[in-house]
Design a protein around this ligand. Structure first.
Ligand SMILES: [Zn+2]
Length: 305
């Protein structure tokens, strides 16, 4: 049977994904690790991880993303959890599936998150290329074995590490959601979220040929999103999603400062849908109330297509 998330997109309908996981765990009191951020939270706070997934499903999300953004060996190893990579991935997928079962929404899909972030978000701390590729292969394999329906590559904001992550995700044999981040510079250029010297269009030119199934503009500055959707659609005829951030990061903590209100979030989302976005959710700083507001506005969002 075809995946329900794919059916919904094929039918042209707006598909709701969840909001932030890592920053939502922080908001609910889970300590963030200096090295691996929320990467090991499924070991220390499994109930809060499962509750967070459940709250997103109750809010209306049809896809939830596992808490494995910071869980590759590249991040967990230096954090002192090198012997826990397997159990972290298995538990993260299990908690997401349990959340779906507990709420009683079997049609909800579970996407497995993989990022190419280095430990401490320190770009001098990447593993050697062969070990780095192996870390992504390990994560993708564990997520697939656990039962995710999608691999969600997240914060793929440059090309070198992206290619390795994409290779690993393809080997897992699941649909790939490519998450790219962008922001707007003071002079109005749209650039990679954390590589301001890299134009977003140049990034897309390198990433689109890698062959994802969905492109999500994620962890992006809301002000940059409308133009970014146009840039993606000029290069890509497949499904486009948006799940932006709101607030700002001071590693390893999110600052919930000037977080967009759910009502304003819906207003922005209506514009994104009119420009062609079909998957909607939130990244860092967003909460179940943002997803609940999108869900309540689904008739208007579908009318805006
Ligand atoms: Zn984020």
């Amino acid at each position: 049977m075809e995946d329900s998330w794919r059916q919904q997109l094929d039918g042209g309908e707006v598909l709701l994904i969840d909001g932030a996981t890592g920053t939502e765990l922080q908001r609910r009191g889970v300590p963030m690790d200096d090295v691996a951020w929320s990467g090991a939270a499924v070991l220390s706070h499994p109930e809060i991880v499962r509750e967070t997934h459940e709250d997103y499903i109750r809010a209306g999300a049809r896809v939830i993303i596992t808490n494995t953004f910071g869980s590759t060996r590249q991040m967990l190893g230096p954090a002192g959890y090198g012997d826990k990579v397997e159990v972290v991935h298995r538990n993260a997928v299990r908690l997401a599936i349990e959340a779906r079962d507990n709420v009683g929404e079997p049609g909800v899909a579970v996407a497995g998150s993989i990022s190419t972030e280095p430990p401490r978000f320190d770009r001098d701390a990447f593993l050697a290329p062969d070990k780095e590729l192996a870390a992504y292969q390990e994560a993708a394999g564990l997520l697939a074995e656990g039962g995710v329906e999608v691999i969600a590559l997240e914060m793929i904001n440059e090309t070198q590490h992206a290619t390795r992550a994409m290779t690993a995700a393809k080997e897992a044999g699941l649909p790939i959601w490519l998450g790219v981040g962008c922001k707007k510079t003071d002079d109005g250029c749209i650039v990679s979220f954390d590589h301001p010297d890299l134009a977003f269009e140049t990034l897309l030119d390198a990433l689109v040929p890698l062959g994802p199934d969905v492109i999500n503009i994620m962890h992006s500055e809301i002000a940059a999103v409308p133009e970014a959707i146009g840039m993606v659609r000029e290069r890509w005829s497949g499904p486009v999603g948006v799940y932006p951030e709101s607030g700002y990061f001071t590693a390893p903590h999110w600052n919930f400062v000037d977080v967009i209100s759910p009502a304003d979030f819906v207003k922005e989302a209506l514009n994104w849908v009119s420009k062609g976005a079909r998957l909607l959710g939130g990244c860092c700083g967003t909460s179940p109330e943002h997803i609940r507001a999108l869900h309540a506005a689904l008739p208007e969002l579908n009318d805006a297509r």
